[in-house]
Ligand binder design. Structure first.
Ligand SMILES: [Zn+2]
Length: 470
């Protein structure tokens, strides 16, 4: 999850994020941006070959998950692909998920956002900026904070406004088939996805799926896509049993975390002893507060697959979030041994170590976070934990530098500047940290107008303590 595993609870998030960003618990089926090491790894595995086939750089194209059960996928500037968890849950095969990803990559490769009308372009730019901040907050593991920003951003509504032209849709379809063929995969999943969406939409009457609003679908288009798909030498290629099992597991995990437990138990009854079913039930028991039953089930998963890092991670998360800090450390440690240097797992273990609070624990957490934050410098939750760790060790200058980084990561330049200044004044001259504080000061230098506005706002506060010192 997020940094911690999946969908953390609101209270934990509110502690992690600036409190003002937190909403009350979001509706069960709409949870904003989510981080999950396992699902992200699967999406990377499935996307990277397609991104390469498109001639794009796998390190510049980012895939994000939005916790929402409606089927949707879209791209924004900056080569960001967004997939709703609903798209994963509703997919019948891995090939369907890959087909939709390939289509979205087709929009990136065709630079379709760039070619939009000016009005749409500026709307998209505003939206992308708003989403950007949301993403960054979510990268923290502060999933709900990201959700809150997105939900409160009126610009997000402009997604409705964004519509690819028919020519762009046809070109993205053709590109998708090209990328799938280049990687030896069938395009039939894309066809079956579109057919099902069109069918569902006819049944639902009152509403248009957001996906179909931005990606207009016509019967001509599906027919043309189908002809194209059938011409590929790989049209008959089927998904591997491993990919099918993987999809079932991540579907079970998403349902476990996002659906009400009663629904999870209906879909995955006790009589189903498969790994996906037990995975979903373990999470659902946990969500019901039945920690003993949840742990019992997760231990059966670990017994079956002792080397699966994500079962250990889930075990650690359950223990940690239910207050069994000391017991959570071993499972987190094991998950990290099995998925070495996975930043979200490093942050998970570090969080537990900081909560444990011994000097050795906290020092180890600092080392883990330092590594994780090289991989994810935009992860505010990681920086928040790093500031807690340095505070616990009595190193206030480094704590302030971590806080400056946290604000910088979410685009709050004024706070970033203030904390970078404090850190800069305290750190030893010439050290790496001191140089970094200078870089942050330079990067966040506010304009005269920003300083005036800041001071005016701050002076209205009852406990006004310091003016802004550029
Ligand atoms: Zn499209």
């Amino acid at each position: 999850m997020p940094v911690l595993p999946f969908f953390r609870r609101t209270a934990a998030l509110c502690a992690a994020a600036a409190a003002s960003l937190c909403l009350t618990a979001p509706p069960a089926l709409s949870q904003g941006l989510v981080r999950d090491a396992e699902i992200e790894a699967v999406m990377r595995d499935w996307s990277d070959p397609l991104i390469e086939a498109a001639g794009l750089n796998v390190n510049s194209v980012h895939v994000y998950l939005i916790g929402d059960m409606e089927f949707n996928a879209f791209v924004t500037r900056g080569q960001k692909i967004f997939l709703h968890t609903g798209l994963i849950v509703q997919a019948h095969t891995p090939n369907e998920v890959k087909g939709v990803i390939a289509h979205e990559i087709g929009h990136i490769e065709g630079a379709h956002l760039v070619r939009m009308q000016q009005a749409e372009r500026s709307a998209m730019a505003t939206m992308a900026a708003a989403i950007g901040v949301g993403i960054i907050a979510a990268l923290a593991g502060a999933g709900d904070a990201g959700a809150a920003i997105i939900a409160s951003s009126p610009q997000f509504a402009t997604l409705d406004f964004m519509t690819y032209t028919r020519a762009q849709e046809a070109s993205a379809d053709q590109a998708a088939v090209r990328f799938l063929t280049a990687t030896g995969q069938s395009g039939r999943g894309l066809v079956s996805t579109f057919e099902r969406l069109a069918h569902q939409e006819r049944l639902s009457f009152q509403r248009r799926w957001q996906y179909l609003r931005s990606h207009p679908l016509s019967s001509d288009r599906v027919a043309a896509l189908q002809r194209n798909v059938e011409r590929s030498p790989y049209a008959d290629v089927e998904d591997s049993p491993e990919d099918i099992e993987t999809l079932e597991r991540i579907q079970a995990k998403i349902i476990g975390f996002m659906a009400p437990p009663a629904q999870t138990f209906e879909r995955y009854p006790e009589s189903d002893t498969s790994i996906p079913a037990r995975y979903a039930r373990a999470v659902a028991f946990y969500k019901q507060g039945l920690m003993n039953r949840a742990e019992e089930v997760v231990l059966t998963l670990i017994e079956d697959e002792p080397d699966n890092p994500y079962f250990h991670e889930l075990h650690g998360q359950m223990l940690f979030e239910s207050g069994h800090i000391a017991r959570s450390i071993e499972p987190y440690r094991r998950s990290l041994e099995l998925a070495e240097r996975q930043p979200l797992l490093q942050i998970g273990l570090a969080t537990a170590l900081i909560a444990q609070g011994g000097e050795d624990d906290v020092s180890e957490a600092v080392r883990l976070l330092s590594q994780a934050l090289v991989a994810e410098p935009d992860n505010p939750f990681g920086w928040f934990q790093q500031s807690l760790a340095y505070t616990a060790l009595g190193d206030l200058a480094m704590a302030e530098l971590a806080t400056a980084e946290r604000y910088f990561a979410v685009g709050d330049n004024m706070h970033a500047h203030l904390f970078a200044r404090r850190a800069h004044d305290r750190l030893d001259r010439g050290t790496e940290a001191w140089i970094r504080s200078a870089e942050l000061l330079y990067a966040t230098e506010p304009s005269a107008r920003e300083v005036r506005e800041w001071n005016r706002r701050e002076q209205r506060r009852p406990n006004f303590a310091e003016g802004f010192r550029p």
